[in-house]
Design a protein around this ligand. Sequence first.
Ligand code: ZN
Length: 315
Amino acid sequence: MKPRTLQEAVVYFADPANCRQYAIEHRWPDGVVKCPRCGSANVAFQEKYNRWQCNNRHDRRQFTVKTGTVFEDSPLGLDKWLTAMWMIANCKNGISSWEIHRALKITQKTAWFLLHRIRLAMQPDNGGKLSGEVEVDESMIGGLSRFMHKDKRERVITGTGGKDKTTAMGMVERGGSVRAFVVENRSRKELQQKIREYIKAGSAIFSDELASYDGLDIDYRHAVINHAVQYVNGNVHTNTIENFWSLLKRGLKGTYVSVEPFHLFRYIDEQAFRYNNRKVDGGDWERCSQVASRVLGKRLTYAELTGKVGETSNN
Ligand SMILES: [Zn+2]
């Protein structure tokens, strides 16, 4: 019985046997537990410690379902991890660490760290180049400093040379997937390099009249919509990518509120994950499973996340 709603998921993940089985099936897709060190399936489960021991002779023979994944070294139970995973995979506007703090009875700081490790699992693999009809657009995100304390604001703004907005670039294949990320600037070199990296030559590209897109018609069919004149001209528009930006900004303004530019890419990854899995068969269960099957081989320590030890954040 697969849960279909959050309420059913909470009940399902409250059972340790369900959690263990779920985690096993998603990190070892054939359902066979294998030693992360040597790959052997000749392992023995130690019920008392909730771990396995490899029967081959080598260092670090003991492992748990968390070893080598985003869950590694976390004292939190899988019941909390998997419930949080279900929520962030399925809440359209994201879910804040304050909400997770209240829902799962863990500290806000722990919830914040947990959510970022789940976002790491949500980070897209290289899913191949976009093709067909592709809309391209950039968006300035921020003015976020207004949410900061005055002392911090002065420090941050001085530190970044007076700029407090971050530039994001997005590309969406109509009827397909989005690719979105932070870019250095809106220069022709930067934007066109990304376009060539992510969009198959010969595709149709739709953009606004930003001069940085000039010259794309050598490798692509490029149509420009002049937003000073109109927003849609037949099939020439950028409404699909603009819809993605408004979803992203709704989460940033309504749910997360005080995201620092340093962490912005993780929230973009999160929104892109939900967008790209919006039509999966199996709904909420399948979206959660998509995240659960990407936890392997990814680590994020608190120091790596914050850029320095001891700093915390508030969203
Ligand atoms: Zn082994």
